[in-house]
Design a protein around this ligand. Structure first.
Ligand SMILES: [Zn+2]
Length: 321
């Protein structure tokens, strides 16, 4: 059996999985990232976990390792160009270090791209000709696949969260105004709540002073009928729908998946997103468009990373022939 390892490195935890060539998850584990200890320490712990997991298999069965990283990646050099969650990791040769430790090829890619690849391989976008995946978390990621291949013309492609929705909108963490993230991100929900709060004294959302208002908290109140919380989801959904419509109109992509933590509130977002898409997308493409929740949750990242390794190893084998 050919086995591939997929690793999804986040700012807090690293998801590690072993996946067979045909997409069966054989084993998985989660270890802390401790980014402050630096890349070498994290990669050494990844190597330890992998060796333990692979002990049940023949050494030659594992053919390669894929790694997803939240940031701008130089895939050829195998290092990080910029990653705000992993300070000090830039320029370290991730590929060089781990491939020497594990004695097998290692490939890296941006984590949002790999989550899309995971959903394409084994999730809600299985086999789709084209796919756009939005990841809604602390920030927003976006990735486009065409024929199962990641589409990008520059490592910074996919900054979907900073698509401008409102020319003179609220100031974003990036310094620009009216970005999608000012509506539908942790910061965005908090901002809308603070701005609207005084107009809705009957709202059941009553945070203590300095207590953050998370999307999860607002979703809970919204599902119990709170008008303010529902209004915030309505606005967030409309903004997301506008941004998705812009991507559809620009690229012609028709399979759209929404993943990440905030997508757990998809039942609150779906209606305003779809209304906005129906209003803003060109009629000739609209009937073929589907927008739905991603299926693999947190596993999408390591599954996509494993698929990156499958594809890269087989591409390399073809080149050698
Ligand atoms: Zn921005």
């Amino acid at each position: 059996m050919k086995i591939f390892a997929g690793i999804d490195i986040g700012g807090t935890t690293m998801n590690i999985g072993l996946v067979s060539e045909d997409g069966q998850v054989l084993d998985e584990t989660v270890v802390p990232t401790c980014p402050e200890k630096g890349p070498e320490d994290a990669l050494n712990r990844i190597a330890e976990s992998l060796k333990q997991m692979l002990a049940a298999y023949r050494k030659k069965d594992c053919r390669g390792i894929g790694i997803g990283i939240p940031g701008l990646i130089d895939t050829d050099k195998g290092c990080i160009l910029e990653a705000s969650n992993l300070p000090g990791w830039e320029s370290f040769s991730i590929i060089g270090h781990l491939s020497a430790k594990m004695n097998m090829p290692v490939f890296i890619e941006n984590d949002a791209n790999l989550a899309a690849l995971g959903e394409y391989w084994l999730g809600a976008g299985h086999g789709a000709d084209n796919l756009f995946m939005v990841t809604l978390g602390s920030g927003i990621g976006g990735a486009i696949l065409a024929g199962g291949k990641i589409l990008k013309m520059h490592p910074s492609a996919g900054e979907f969260g900073h698509m401008i929705i409102e020319r003179s909108g609220a100031t974003c963490t990036c310094g620009r105004r009216g970005c999608l993230e000012t509506y539908i991100s942790k910061h965005g929900f908090e901002r809308m709540f603070r701005e609207k709060q005084s107009g809705y004294p009957m709202s059941s959302v009553k945070p203590a002073e300095n207590e953050p208002v998370s999307p999860q908290l607002l979703a809970e109140h919204a599902s119990h009928g709170d008008i303010l919380a529902n209004l915030i989801f309505l606005e967030a959904g409309e903004a997301l729908g506008i941004a998705i419509s812009n991507v559809i109109n620009l690229t012609g992509v028709t399979c759209i998946l929404v993943g990440g933590g905030i997508a757990n509130a998809w039942d609150l977002l779906q209606e305003p997103v779809m209304r906005s898409v129906e209003r803003n997308v060109f009629k000739s493409i609209l009937s073929g468009v589907s927008v739905c929740k991603a299926a693999l949750g947190e596993k999408a990242g390591f599954m996509g990373a494993a698929r990156l390794a499958v594809d890269s190893v087989s591409k390399h084998a073809r080149e050698v022939l």
